[in-house]
Design a protein around this ligand. Structure first.
Ligand SMILES: O=C(O)CCC(=O)C(=O)O
Ligand SMILES: [Fe+2]
Ligand SMILES: [Zn+2]
Length: 511
């Protein structure tokens, strides 16, 4: 769920830097013996060469067959691989063709072998510019274990000789998922988001979801296999909001320890952690007893924090209820009901700023951050923290501001609607974690004179949150053959909205 989620994690990065090892079953000594400029003997490549044939569009049912090209084909008990002069496509024995045709250049550049990628550092030993524009495949084969072997002819980094690449099966699955991601609004291994409204979230709580005890959250083995922790992290990724219960209420260090189960805290000029308490001449409206409308934190900060945590140490004042609303859900609804307003929020920028105590932050943000397919991925909404608009004197800037204002009001009305907004009064010893890029938070005014209210907060960066999600996905990567259906459980929670979106969007992918 996280979603700068998604700053694109390219398949190259995934290939070359994250999965350096080839399954032992297919790693042969010769593969690792190659060095830059050393030519390997063609006789070594008999395995890949064995069953290749040349043919013209053999598979009429192939979704890619409308590209009228010559395709070479190699069939083995692992499946079929075909390559034309610039593309390669494959199909495992038990699968349909995947809608994936990768370019020779990309494939050669992504070779994970130890002469191309340093096995210790995981860094590349050649530059993409060393490659020919369109590297030549001499032969290819899908092995029984699902790995793909390619023999390259006239290889740039090998000084014009041959080069052998072996891409592990897990990599091929990752390519398939990555291409699904490029078509959709989510990260390649992200679970489907639950775009909850108040009733939807309350139903999850009643079903025992989105809540985990401090003991379970902290009590995980070093490889994070603890089921309660994994389930809470999944809930966080899907809903963007979870509650940790029974946190020691007098422990000021607890919030940082809770955060560290996901990743290091993101320190900002507010500190590693910070206290939300009403005080005179507060440097932030959060540190008063006033009503605080729905917002996201630090829209003027680069990077915008990924997760926010608030641990409640005291909450005996009257009022001070916490408010939450799913901003991406509101963006979807806006898109469904007022498309022009949606486009305005996705296209027009608004400025956020903070200038006090020697700090100077200033940033332009689009209110709705969209995925490549135009669907909403994140939002940037924080009315109290807006800076002034660029001087609205010319016709263009005056119109932009007026258009943004109308669209923003429509978005706000949806986000703040009673049926969309969750209201909870945090108890002492509760800690809330929410995705600051997708969930809006606020609080009601409270009576600071009687009782006390004290929250301790911190952030985790988007990057560290994504890394935790990635670690988790490694545990639950689906078996071959089921890459897209893995997160389908609970699709009912996405309900009417998703169904409508599918209709509007002509079937485009996951929410
Ligand atoms: O007082 C609260 O409940 C929340 C304050 C707030 O918005 C924040 O700490 O970011
Ligand atoms: Fe806030
Ligand atoms: Zn290589």
């Amino acid at each position: 769920m996280g979603r700068a989620l998604r700053i694109a994690r390219s398949a190259q990065i995934l290939t070359a830097r994250c999965l350096p090892v080839v399954p032992p079953a297919v790693a042969s000594a010769r593969l690792w013996q190659q060095h830059r400029g050393v030519q390997t003997s063609p006789a070594n490549h008999a395995s890949a060469a064995s069953s290749a044939t040349n043919h013209k569009d053999v598979n009429a049912n192939n979704p890619l067959s409308h590209h009228k090209k010559d395709w070479n084909r190699a069939q083995s008990n692992g499946g079929i691989v075909e390559w034309s002069e610039d593309k390669l496509r494959f199909r495992f024995q038990d699968q349909e063709w995947d809608e994936l045709a990768v370019s020779h250049l990309w494939l050669r550049d992504s070779c994970p072998c130890h002469s191309c990628v340093d096995p210790d550092s995981g860094q590349k030993n050649f530059s993409t510019t060393d490659l020919h524009d369109n590297p030549t495949i001499e032969n290819a084969k899908l092995h029984h274990d699902g790995s793909l072997e390619i023999i390259w002819a006239n290889d740039g980094p090998s000084g014009g000789g041959q080069h052998q690449s072996l891409y592990p099966a897990a990599e091929l699955r990752a390519w398939q998922m990555n291409s699904a991601w490029q078509r959709g609004s989510m990260g390649h291994s992200d679970p489907r988001r639950i775009l909850w409204d108040r009733a939807g979230y309350e139903a999850l709580l009643s079903a025992g979801r989105c809540r985990v005890s401090y003991e379970d959250w902290m009590n995980a083995s070093s490889d994070n296999t603890n089921a309660a922790f994994q389930s809470a992290l999944t809930d966080l990724r899907r809903t963007g909001l979870i509650f940790i219960t029974n946190v020691p209420a007098d422990d000021e260090g607890a919030v940082e320890r809770i955060a560290r189960r996901i990743g290091p805290v993101q320190e900002t000029f507010y500190g590693r952690t910070w206290d939300v308490r009403s005080k005179p001449r507060a440097e932030n409206v959060a540190y008063t007893d006033k009503f605080l409308c729905l917002h996201q934190d630090l829209m003027y900060h680069d990077p915008v924090p990924g997760l926010q945590l608030l641990h409640c140490l005291a909450n005996t004042c009257e009022g001070g209820e916490s408010l939450f609303s799913h901003a991406v859900r509101a963006a979807y609804e806006l898109r469904l009901t007022q498309r022009r307003r949606y486009e305005d929020l996705a296209g027009l920028g608004v400025y956020f700023g903070y200038e006090k105590g020697g700090q100077h932050c200033f940033k332009m943000q689009k209110t709705i951050v969209t995925a490549p397919n135009g669907l909403p991925r994140e939002t940037r909404w924080a009315p109290p923290f807006q800076a002034t608009f660029p001087l609205a004197s010319g016709e263009v800037s005056s119109k932009s501001m007026a258009d943004w204002k109308k669209a923003a009001a429509a978005f706000q009305a949806i986000a703040e609607a009673e049926e969309n907004m969750l209201e909870v009064k945090l108890k002492e010893g509760e800690c809330v974690i929410f995705d600051n890029r997708q969930i809006l938070h606020g609080r009601r005014q409270f009576a600071a004179g009687q009782g006390s209210r004290w929250l301790k907060g911190t952030y985790v960066s988007r990057q560290d949150y994504a890394a935790a999600a990635e670690r988790q996905s490694k545990h639950v990567l689906p078996a071959r053959g089921a890459p897209y259906s893995m997160w389908e459980e609970e699709a009912a929670m996405e309900g009417v909205l998703l169904a409508q979106e599918r209709k509007v969007d002509g079937g485009t992918s996951a929410v």
